[in-house]
Design a protein around this ligand. Structure first.
Ligand code: GLN
Length: 476
């Protein structure tokens, strides 16, 4: 088995009896032992062996982000407040993957409760980017991205509320999708902002991503927001070709957005030329409400987070402050000691925008803008099939570079947040590298439940450009 082997290649090897599921297990366990210490990508590994020999993912090990519950295992969402919390049941998506034959071998590092873009808000210290250890792998699913990029596991689960799958996959030369809201169950996933949260996978290729996404989805009676559609096999139709006459929308300011890095711009221009070579018809479009994505995410995600996090008060879950005199002190000290700085910032904003007298000015207003973005998206997709834009305007951040300027980091989600706010899917695919060897990504966005189309388009782009074939050095 070669490092950076894909899920597809492992499946073929197992089918042809080139190696066994036990070989696969020990191959990845050894890679984790050799490389995780410098990356800090994996918080804990589990003693688990392949159990199942049938199913589309039979014998494939994976890592779960630390906010996805696994029965009997610690699930702490990267936070001190849950450092000792053991999940009493499996998240539905873990069950679904197990049914497909995959098994979880550990949990990955992340920004506390999914709040951050660099992994530096983790209670376990930051994960590092295998492409350059002085850089962040992106966040909040920092460890999942770093682990897959270094080939420590064939795939890892992430969650995305506002970019936490697409941004780290862009920073680490990986494929990642934010699916349609409701495609995957949120049952057993520790909530950040419930109206955006979705689970997805980090993989090396579009095919692998489609394979895992096919296993993740499905109606769940424990999550009333799951979409009523039978699971689909998204690998069907991945033939390296674009659909005939595909109309690709390009946002008016896709090349001129604030803070746009020159190399990201050049890479995006090159990607557009590649799409034209593949037969796509580029259409310049405008989505006037796009620019409000960051602002309304700032309000809505914090409002929901403040509400969701109120359950962590020392009474039910996780850590409880010691030497407390009464209930009020228990609540206050537990939260004071248990939550990190970014969480506290967000709870403050969240409670403010929901408070009497401010709710109309902020929260209700943001919800109206959300409806406006949705209406404009619906209109837009009458004249285009997919929308294409850079994933982030910047190159991977240096570790320690951004902690003093949270606003600059929030702004880097410019291309990411609008579709999160309306729950429509987007697929990030590797698009090239900076002169210094740092990955740059591009994303394809579509209307609700357009996963099949996005995978097909992303697969054609990937086959044609081949950026996914490059791997970081030092992990051979
Ligand atoms: N950068 C986003 C934030 O800090 C990440 C959110 C997410 O997708 N979990 O809110």
């Amino acid at each position: 088995m070669k490092p950076f082997i894909t899920i597809k290649a492992i499946r073929d090897g197992l089918t042809n009896k080139k190696f066994s599921a036990v070989d696969v297990h020990s191959f990845f366990t050894k890679r984790i032992a050799a490389h995780n210490q410098k990356l800090n990508a994996i918080i804990e590994t589990h003693e688990q062996q392949p159990a199942q020999t049938t199913g589309p993912l039979a014998g494939i090990p994976f890592l779960r982000k630390d906010n996805i519950s696994q029965n009997g295992q610690t699930t702490s969402a990267g936070s001190n407040i849950l450092r000792n919390y053991r999940a009493p049941y499996n998240a539905t998506i873990i069950e679904n993957l197990q049914k497909a034959g995959a098994y979880s071998i550990g949990r990955t590092n992340m920004d506390e409760f999914g709040m951050g873009s660099t992994g530096e808000f983790s209670a376990y210290g930051p994960a590092k980017n295998p492409w350059n250890l002085s850089k962040s792998p992106g966040g909040s699913s920092s460890g999942s991205a770093a682990a897959v990029a270094a080939g420590l596991v064939p795939f890892a689960l992430g969650t995305e509320t506002g970019g936490s799958i697409r941004m780290p996959s862009s920073f680490c030369n990986l494929v990642g999708m934010y699916p349609t809201y409701g495609h995957n169950s949120r049952y057993g996933v520790i909530a950040f902002a419930s109206s955006n949260d979705q689970v997805g996978a980090f993989t090396k290729t579009v095919y692998d991503n489609a394979l895992v996404m096919s296993a993740l989805g499905g109606v769940d009676t424990h999550d009333a927001t799951t979409v009523q559609q039978p699971p689909k096999d998204y690998t069907l139709g991945l033939d390296g070709k674009l659909p005939e006459g595909l109309r690709v929308g390009i946002l008016k300011d896709a090349l001129t957005a604030e803070g746009m890095n020159d190399e990201v711009r050049a890479t995006f221009e090159q990607s557009l030329r590649e799409m034209e070579k593949l037969g796509a018809k580029l259409v310049h479009v405008d989505l006037p409400s796009w620019k409000y994505g960051i602002a309304i995410y700032f309000i809505i995600a914090r409002a929901e987070a403040a509400s969701n996090l109120s359950r962590f008060d020392g009474s039910l879950y996780g850590v409880r402050a010691q030497d407390i005199k009464n209930l009020k002190e228990m609540n206050e000290l537990t939260r004071q000691q248990g939550f990190g700085i970014e969480i506290k910032r967000r709870i403050l904003v969240g409670n403010f925008v929901l408070s009497a007298g401010h709710r109309d000015a902020f929260y209700n207003q943001a919800c109206k803008v959300r409806a406006l973005i949705k209406a404009e998206f619906d209109e837009l997709f009458k004249s285009i099939d997919v929308l294409m834009c850079p994933t982030t305007p910047s190159l991977p951040f240096g570790l320690g570079e951004t902690t003093s300027d949270p606003i600059a980091v929030y702004l880097s989600d410019y291309f990411i947040l609008p579709n999160n706010m309306i729950g429509t899917p987007a697929l990030q695919v590797p698009a090239g590298f900076s002169k210094t060897g740092l990955p740059i990504g591009v994303q394809f966005l579509g209307p609700r439940l357009s996963e099949s189309l996005l995978y097909k388009v992303g697969h054609a782009f990937e086959e044609h450009t081949g950026h996914h074939l490059k791997n970081p050095q030092g992990y051979e």
